[in-house]
Design a protein around this ligand. Sequence first.
Ligand code: ADP
Ligand code: TRP
Length: 327
Amino acid sequence: MSKKTILSGIQPSGKLHIGNYFGAMRQHIEMQDKGDAFYFIANFHSLTSLNDGKQLYQNTIDVTLDYLALGLDPEKATFFAQSDVPQVTELAWILGTLCPVSLMEKGVSYKDKIAAGLNPNIGLFTYPILQAADILIYHSDVVPVGEDQKQNIEIARDLAGKLNRAYDSELLKIPEDHILKSVAVVPGTDGRKMSKSYKNTIPLFAEGKQLKKVVMSIETDSKGLEEPKDPDTDNVFALIKLFGDKAKQDEIAEKYRAGGFGYGHAKLELLEMIESYFGNAHEKRKELEKDLDYVKDVLREGGNKARERAESVMEPIREACGIIRSF
Ligand code: ADP
Ligand code: TRP
């Protein structure tokens, strides 16, 4: 049996944080051994919220550095930029012609943004169509994503079926989602979901004073040093749980309950755990930063491979739709 195609994407719209790592990146990296993995940087998607060319370019390089430093192996997984595969936007247009406006109007993320008072652009409205093209253009089998992406995968399945029925041919494969449930929602420094839009993140590659400042700013209740504390309702402990093994977690939980252990102490434990967990990745990233040509080569080679696969899926679609290409 041939290997399953695994595909996922991440937007380069800001510095990646430990919520992104435990919620998505770690599993992406683990899954590179479990199939034919394609991971890409969704830079066209980021244009719906970021209009600063220098920043978007830099974020794209940064995400690549982050993944490589954390263990993505370009010999195993194809890692590339969405924009290196023009077939994606071509397929997105065709899928758009088959997509009822009402399907986009039901988009949860779109509705949330309107409710939050954002003046939406068309790119944001049709975001799920581009995402569907991302997935379908490689005949992906499995799409590992967080719970928040479930609706978008459903839309991709729906649009694949519509194209296949419209042209009465199995032009696209219907993918499965793979909801990453291995981790709870990672809380941010204010206790809400860690998210760059809430400005409550612990950046993955922060170090030294900068990291210490963020960790020390985590909000807790106002119990004094001597008072016993409940680890299960505390933000610092929720983060400690991500890093420590069971024995270490139990040991710290015991200190919480016993009293005489302040939140400042807990934060220092957390700081040490973060530093040791990501220490190697930080060193590796510094090395990679010195060799940006290598980093760009990874993107180029990944793009070449992805484009070749995409073209083999796109060609029969053009033919079925009667789209002429004279070059
Ligand atoms: P942000 O909320 O910071 O904008 P994204 O929406 O770009 O993050 O998330 C990228 C990926 O990281 C998604 O797969 C999402 O499920 C995961 N993710 C983001 N924040 C968290 C979190 N706090 N806990 C767990 N997973 C998260
Ligand atoms: N919408 C995804 C997110 O915000 C990013 C994304 C774009 C994606 N295209 C994709 C994820 C295709 C999986 C498959 O996290």
